[in-house]
Write a protein that binds this ligand. Structure first.
Ligand SMILES: [Zn+2]
Length: 357
């Protein structure tokens, strides 16, 4: 009887092991599928970007076809016959090609016929630079997309089925926001961390895909999974340093306390600078998020006994510095109330930090 009970236990343990193994395999497969889909999307995006630039700057033509910018091509019976004989696009086809310049015409003809013409008038330094930077632009967009996906997944208790669509929506106005944040009258040292966070380039937080050494831990004691690939560990470190670490949470708690009751602060709000509540002025939210991101990093080197006080001081330091940089320009102050969270106005319409500890 005892032996039977032991056998049953062993069988149960084996079944459990098999279940775990199967689950692990499924998770791995899911992760690989996600990566493949993302790579495909990335490649498609790069091709589309290159195609769009080529369509704007170049067209394909035979050796005797004038560029469309020089006016409509003249009909010439002899040439027409010659073109047909050579198998080159005739005038009518070229006109159609001109109409397709914004579609996939030029690239299509380029691959089909091997002739690509560029107009010196249209081929400006600006466009050539755009052409040269198309790969870098695609890589930058992919990094933003990955950052947004990571922020979405962080907020859900279960693995997000496919955060890609939501991420695309979130990053659609990111170029505008980055531009506006960069135009804030404030030192770049406060803005740099956000720019780096979006591109996964914060040193010490998995930036540039460089993860901590295996076996090392965060100041709070958290350790990354040693068995995970380097890229995954680097991504987990960004999520930890700028969200799940208790030190980051101290700064995030202060943000939450200062918002209207019932407002949740999610990673997408802080990582992409999206205001969590319409009552909060978006520029003020950008400023306080930049202060919080800087504080999260600096809190890692503070005494653990006084984290709350340190976090408050670091946030206040940032807000005061921003206030000092504004001088007497009234644009932001006029749109803030006397009780606006984070930055308010006094009786003389001067900006003042307004932070509840
Ligand atoms: Zn930590």
């Amino acid at each position: 009887m005892q032996q039977t009970a032991q056998q049953q236990e062993m069988q149960q343990a084996q079944r459990q092991q098999r279940r775990q193994h199967h689950q692990h395999q499924q998770e791995e497969q899911y992760s690989q599928d996600q990566d493949q889909r993302e790579q495909q999307r990335q490649q498609e995006y790069e091709v589309q970007a290159l195609r769009a630039i080529l369509a704007d700057t170049a067209w394909v033509a035979g050796p005797y076809s004038p560029p469309p910018a020089h006016g409509p091509p003249q009909e010439n019976h002899h040439e027409h016959q010659q073109e047909q004989a050579d198998g080159l696009p005739n005038r009518q086809q070229q006109r159609g090609l001109g109409e397709q310049r914004r579609g996939q015409g030029p690239l299509h003809w380029h691959t089909a016929q091997g002739h690509l013409s560029f107009s010196s008038k249209n081929f400006t330094v600006r466009r050539v630079t755009a052409l040269q930077l198309s790969v870098e632009r695609a890589a930058r967009r992919a990094a933003w997309h990955q950052c947004a996906c990571s922020a979405i997944s962080l907020a859900s208790a279960l693995p997000a089925p496919d955060p890609s669509l939501h991420a695309n929506h979130l990053i659609s106005d990111l170029p505008w926001r980055i531009n506006e944040v960069w135009r804030l009258r404030w030192g770049n040292k406060w803005k740099e961390i956000w720019w780096r966070l979006l591109l996964h380039g914060v040193p010490g937080a998995g930036g540039h895909g460089i993860s901590w050494a295996r076996g090392s831990a965060c100041v709070c004691g958290w350790q990354v999974a040693d068995t995970a690939p380097c890229v995954v560990r680097a991504s987990q470190q960004r999520e930890h340093v700028f969200w799940t670490c208790p030190r980051a949470q101290v700064a995030l708690d202060i943000l939450a306390k200062n918002l209207p009751p019932g407002t949740s602060v999610l990673p997408v709000h802080v990582w992409l600078l999206v205001p969590p509540n319409p009552c909060v002025n978006e520029r003020v939210w950008w400023v306080v998020c930049l202060c919080a991101l800087n504080a999260m990093r600096r809190l890692r080197f503070c005494n653990p006994q006084d984290l709350q006080e340190h976090a408050l001081n670091l946030l206040l330091e940032g807000l005061k510095d921003f206030q000092a940089c504004q001088g007497r320009q009234p644009s932001l102050a006029t749109s803030l109330s006397h009780a606006h969270p984070f930055l308010a106005t006094d009786a003389n319409l001067n900006l003042v930090p307004h932070l509840i500890p």
